[in-house]
Write a protein that binds this ligand. Structure first.
Ligand code: BG6
Length: 495
């Protein structure tokens, strides 16, 4: 198979000097077709990939290469903005694609794969495991047995890594027996989002916030990731995971880490991850009866989203009719350390909510002595989705006589500020980092385990105390009980 070089580098930066085989296990699955291939197409179109880079999709179905290319094209056309999809780029990209039918559970198939790939002394091999985590251990062992896990090989693991601390430890140990930690990339696509990285830029690239970024000045923090989507085609996976394992254990805790961590001594993989793991280890455990006070679980019932009727969760495809899996969760987290003692971090996430938004609100404390009418507290809002913006709510005097104050916003719209640049999607950035071997934006083994260590007792507490999910209609803001979590401390969720 020969790969053709991209026509030109559209973005004025050199293509990677590293030639790579990108092997995607689960090559016909949702993640590969909806996220990975479109991201690779963009990288190709922008001329970022080395001319020799090959993309090899692996899955059980017996597709011809032509049939796979057609499938890939259909999905890329649907995912990529129309203005960014052109036939020339597509054809040169399709020439990089290969398809190999195999069963990832069968060791013999890895021998066939090794032959198919041929020798690769200088090439980086990236194995992207876009599969269920119960296949991770077998795949790593089979790669090793087939001689495919040499020094140039890297493995990418999609979240969730396991479904509990014990299963995550088992996976990490099995992967660690084949790949040393510097070659393991545990992906959390939230870390590839521009605004998430901007959170670090905001905190550690500006002197302004640091003195007030702590208990004493900050009243509380809210981290909300709200979705309008339901479980789509993923009912089989989701019904065993639920919102806690699917979102909180990874995305929301990663956001919490970036808000709460100390400044790393350098911006490199070890220094950044050392600071994040300290935050996770300082999370105050929530267990036993505490789960009733500090968490809210919910599950959507039938309702309307954007004018369309949608069914209850338990009627979704591949979901148990009497499922008690949560599709919504809110937690009051606390970090027991010098900087954050006494400052609650309220986390919430759910499916089939009224609006799709991901945002972080830092609510400051009131001024010590109120001089003016109308004075409210300062708020810093960091919005990741739908638009990327950072806004600071300040108090200003209303025009005219008297000193009456009203909140006004200092608003930084990141897409407008950097208008000339196409906004990257999270996977583009992360895939390039894997090829270059930079693991700063990936989760280290101890981070994943520390996150499970905090999450496990909450899930256990729900089951011990029969805390079944509270119903909420699709298209609402979540279960009624959500308000109580803040109101009892005199606080409110942001609108
Ligand atoms: C995934 C979850 O990791 O993140 C999905 O498995 C969720 O359930 C998705 O829908 C949300 O990602 P984003 O980037 O759309 O906020």
């Amino acid at each position: 198979m020969t790969a053709q070089p991209a026509r030109s580098n559209r973005v004025g930066v050199p293509a990677l000097s590293i030639s790579c085989d990108m092997l995607v296990f689960g090559g016909t699955g949702d993640l590969a077709l909806h996220k990975l291939l479109p991201a690779l197409y963009h990288l190709h179109r922008d001329g970022r990939l080395h001319a020799d880079t090959r993309i090899i999709a692996l899955a059980r179905k017996r597709h011809s290469l032509a049939a796979y290319q057609t499938l890939a094209e259909r999905h890329c056309r649907a995912q990529v903005e129309r203005a960014d999809f052109d036939n020339d780029s597509w054809h040169s990209f399709a020439a990089r694609l290969d398809y190999f039918a195999m069963d990832a559970g069968q060791s013999a198939d890895f021998g066939r794969l090794a032959k198919h790939l041929g020798a690769a002394a200088e090439r980086v091999r990236v194995y992207y495991l876009a599969t269920a985590p119960d296949l991770f251990e077998d795949i790593a062992a089979h790669l090793q047995n087939a001689g495919l896990a040499g020094a140039q090989a890297r493995i990418v693991l999609e979240k969730p890594i396991g479904h509990s601390l014990a299963s995550a430890q088992a996976i990490n140990a099995a992967i660690g027996a084949v790949f040393d930690e510097s070659r393991v990339f545990r992906i959390d696509h939230y870390l590839g989002k521009e605004t998430v990285q901007n959170l670090m830029a905001l905190r550690f690239g500006n002197a302004l916030f640091e003195p007030t970024w702590r208990a004493g000045h900050i009243d509380h923090v809210q981290i909300s990731v709200c979705e309008t989507l339901g479980v789509e085609e993923r009912g089989g996976y989701y019904d065993h995971a639920g919102a806690m394992r699917d979102m909180v254990q990874n995305h929301l805790l990663q956001l919490l880490c970036l808000v709460a961590m100390e400044a790393p001594v350098r911006f490199d993989a070890e220094a950044v991850r050392n600071e994040k793991v300290k935050v996770l280890e300082a999370l105050k455990p929530i267990s036993g009866l505490d789960v009733q006070d500090k968490t809210v679980r919910g599950q959507y019932t039938a309702g309307k989203i954007g004018g369309q009727e949608v069914p209850a969760y338990y009627f979704e495809k591949n979901v148990d009719n009497d499922s008690d899996t949560e599709t919504f969760v809110a937690v009051q987290a606390e970090i027991d350390n010098w900087r954050w003692a006494g400052v609650p971090f309220y986390l919430r996430t759910g499916k089939r909510l009224a609006k799709k938004t991901s945002e972080i609100l830092i609510q400051f404390k009131p001024v010590p002595h109120r001089l003016f009418a109308g004075c409210q507290v300062n708020q810093l809002l960091i919005r990741l989705q739908p638009e990327e913006r950072i806004s600071l709510q300040l108090m200003a005097k209303t025009p005219g006589k008297g000193m009456h104050l009203e909140p006004v916003e200092l608003d930084l719209n990141l897409a407008q500020a950097f208008r000339r640049k196409r906004r990257w999607n999270a996977y583009e950035r992360l895939l390039l980092d894997v090829i270059e071997g930079d693991s700063t934006l990936f989760m280290r083994r101890d981070e994943v385990e520390a996150a499970w260590q905090w999450v496990d007792p909450i899930i256990k507490g729900w089951h011990q105390h029969y805390q079944s999910p509270r119903p909420y209609p699709a298209g609402s803001d979540g279960p009624e009980q959500l308000q109580g979590l803040l109101e009892r401390h005199g606080r409110q969720w942001m609108e």
